[in-house]
Design a protein around this ligand. Sequence first.
Ligand code: M6R
Length: 365
Amino acid sequence: ELGGFPHFMLKEIFEQPETIRNAMRGRLDREQATAVFGGLNLEPRQLRSIDRMVLTACGTSWHAAMVAEYMIEEFARLPVEVEYASELRYRNPPMSPLTLLLAITQSGETIDTLAALREMKRKGHRSLAICNVVGSTIAREADGGVYLHAGPEIGVASTKAFTSQCVVLALIALHLGRLRHLSYEAGLRIIDELEALAASVEKALETNDMARHVAGRYAGCDNFLYLGRQYNFPTALEGALKLKEISYIHAEGYPAAEMKHGPIALVDEHTPSVFIVPQGAVYEKVLANMEEIRARGGPVIAIVDEDDERASQIADEVIRVPHVADYLQPIVTAIPLQLLAYHIAVLRGCDVDKPRNLAKSVTVE
Ligand code: M6R
């Protein structure tokens, strides 16, 4: 069952090149330079008339929703709001009838996500769901949806579901973009990038030894910071959540530039900062944020592109991943963050697959 891996979490981390391929299979249409789905149950005309999207989820799925906010903004120029399902269910936000709800959930059974979906449906909004578990309650109750096809995720810490959610959300952003202003050429470029992604994730898995080495150096720390900007702000949140839930170390994810508005006071020589700093739109800006942490004596662990020179000079530890377009960076950089959390948890003797106080799906409020 474990296929030679010591834990389901590690097995599921290593499944990601395959699960990413599964999330795209049959959904890339080169001829039309777009993504296609079987079960949206929405006509192109209806999709074009959407004036806003509300994305709702919990935990890791909420982080995928945050990545999607940037994707949909970039490709489709549609206003997007991301809401914790536990908040949305009791709110009464003003929403036009043309607002589309998108619920994101691995299990399809998370009670808050289900309640938020029901509340929005009751108000007459159309709804879509991105689920992994086929036939789950949320998959059945949404008006339409997309499955991840990632296979069962057993480890309580979500890994392969997160990267598959990001892939499916990129496909949705591409689809919506092509219904609006995104050009044929831009659509083709995105398809090329998506088709190359699984190979990049495969390479990113080669960081396993390095992640184990870094884990060995910092497993005794009591506090970690995870920092990134733009697409990698949600990645930072996700890296921190992975560490918290399986190693019981306090970790905070933050947009790197917000540090100076308070949290930088936490930095000392025992508080490592994990920077997600691949080359892209905000690379220079994040380098400056890294310097700020260094100047205060905090150890810096940097997730960088394979040919990076500048970030690696500032950092104490460097983990290199293949270069990909900005919107795909959360997927590729998630891999070493998952591995880092995994190895730290193992070194601390934690029950990686079944962390204390947690259930795989939260079906009570
Ligand atoms: O099944 P869901 O995606 O709805 O679950 C949402 C969260 O409970 C889940 O992502 C949780 O945060 C994970 N344990 C994170 O690794």
